[in-house]
Write a protein that binds this ligand. Structure first.
Ligand SMILES: [Zn+2]
Length: 489
């Protein structure tokens, strides 16, 4: 948006004036202009698809002296010895001895001087030194070097929950209010620059999600359905990340068809009296998803294996133990580590299991391991050099620490049951700085199964019978763990 310099005298401009006869006029919108310590809300108007801003309101706010010469139909702004002169219905302005060209003419409508938004950078910056920034098509303007951190929004359907994730490079203070079918998430920080104005996401709980700061106060407006009975707001990463979970009272496991209960069969005498069980909510995390495929074998990618197996494990657990089982993802979507552990945290899970396939450079290795979060992990640690996405450590609030011992005993029980059920696999208990476990506030483990680098082993993993054996072994282990004193109350 560079100003053109045209070397013709102002007197010759008469011929260059264009008059707009039938102007296409669209509805007004409020646009905030953010200055370093203040803000101005102006009414912007659209004529012939160009955005116009009211000149006098802006220059009065900035304290720029001007003369509005009614008879001449000119407006002159002054700063020091400089002068910027504009004329009604002309796209040309005179700045000292230069001519500046705007992409569309200045208008004067009902006593208001309106300039195309480019007037700010082409004319006003030149005159006052104040710089203006805006993304084309977005309803806000940043003036001078006001700090305007980006705000990212994302929405996902996570099984029975709908989650809105917000991310900002600076800490934010949020306030959530609900008014019937609307929720308003007020953000106590001016001059935010949202990456997207609204999200396309629509599901059972949400009709629309949009950022709005037309009155200068940043907020996110959610249009909800009647299914939403509760909302939970969780902060992470020192208030730079927030999760707003929309919940429904309906039994949170209905998204999958209820598993067929094995009817008359040997009524598998219930191994346990439910009242004695301390594991009521289990969150299973199918590793990877979306663009992040995880390891690849000749026949399968890890993200598919983990999801298929997680669904089977959910069915097996519900059938045999009857806890509430939630998956962090129930489709092929990317999910970051905070989102995964937040599903467990927000649902007060008693056990969190992240599922992965093992991978060893040595084809003959057994890649199976049960990982728990490495204890006494330094706060200063930021990104683990330890290869692979799974080992990217995000410094959260280190929620795992409280349940470290319980996680270790869960891992031991899992190891025993798994190595019993699958002879030849050791399922060594290991520790590692695993991001997905670091912020889980309940006993949590990460399971790596098999060796994706071994074609035979990978084929076995895909086998339905093998997966059933694996799921049964895990159910046995979870049952044992749920009866142990280490299980959370
Ligand atoms: Zn993995």
């Amino acid at each position: 948006m560079r100003a053109a310099r045209i070397g013709i005298p102002l007197a010759a401009l008469g011929a260059a004036l264009f008059i707009f006869g039938g102007l296409m006029h669209a509805a007004d919108t409020s646009i905030p202009i953010y200055f370093p310590n203040s803000k101005l809300i102006v009414k912007a108007e659209t004529f012939n698809r160009a955005t116009y801003v009211p000149i006098k309101e802006i220059i009065e706010f900035m304290g720029v002296p001007y003369t509005d010469a009614l008879a001449l139909e000119t407006l002159t702004l002054r700063s020091g010895n400089s002068r910027l002169l504009m004329t009604k219905n002309s796209a040309l302005m005179s700045y000292n001895n230069q001519i500046l060209l705007l992409p569309s003419p200045i208008l004067r409508e009902e006593g208001r001087w309106l300039a195309p938004i480019e007037f700010l950078t082409i004319g006003l910056t030149r005159l006052t030194g104040t710089e203006f920034r805006y993304r084309p098509g977005t309803p806000r303007i940043f003036a001078d070097n006001v700090d305007s951190p980006e705000l990212e929004m994302n929405a996902q359907t996570l099984g029975p929950i709908t989650r809105l994730t917000l991310r900002c490079s600076v800490p934010l203070k949020l306030d959530l209010k609900r008014d019937n079918q609307r929720a308003i998430l007020a953000i106590d920080r001016p001059a935010l620059d949202p990456v997207r104005e609204r999200l396309d996401h629509r599901d059972r709980m949400v009709r629309s999600i949009a950022f709005d700061d037309s009155d200068g106060d940043a907020k996110i407006i959610l249009d909800l359905t009647r299914d939403v009975t509760d909302m939970r707001l969780t902060a992470a990463d020192n208030n730079r990340v927030f999760f707003l979970d929309l919940l429904t009272k309906k039994e949170p496991v209905t998204e999958a068809a209820p598993p067929p209960v094995p009817t008359p069969a040997p009524a598998a005498k219930p191994d346990v009296i439910p009242a004695q069980r301390k594991v009521r909510v289990v969150v299973i995390d199918p590793g990877h998803g979306g663009m992040d495929t995880g390891a690849k074998s000749a026949s399968m990618v890890e993200k598919d294996f983990t999801l298929v197996f997680a669904r089977k494990l959910r069915t097996a657990l519900q059938t045999r133990l009857g806890p509430t089982v939630l998956l962090t993802r129930d489709s092929d979507v990317a999910l970051d580590n905070e989102a995964r552990s937040a599903v467990a945290n927000n649902n007060q899970a008693n056990l969190f299991i992240s599922l992965h396939a093992g991978y060893s450079a040595n084809k003959l290795d057994d890649g199976s391991s049960v990982f728990v979060m490495k204890d006494n992990f330094g706060q200063a640690f930021t990104t683990a050099a330890a290869g692979g996405r799974d080992q990217l450590f995000l410094p959260w609030y280190l929620g795992y620490r409280i349940h470290h011992q319980a996680s270790v005993s869960a891992a031991n029980v899992l190891q025993e049951e798994l190595s019993k059920a699958i002879p030849g696999s050791k399922f060594a208990v290991r520790t590692a700085p695993l991001a997905v476990l670091s912020s889980a506030t309940m006993p949590s483990v990460l399971l790596e199964i098999g060796n994706f680098n071994n074609p035979v082993n990978a084929q076995t993993l895909a086998d339905d019978g093998f997966q059933k054996t694996l799921a049964d072994a895990l159910v046995n282990a979870i049952l044992r763990f749920s009866q142990s004193p280490q299980a959370a109350n």
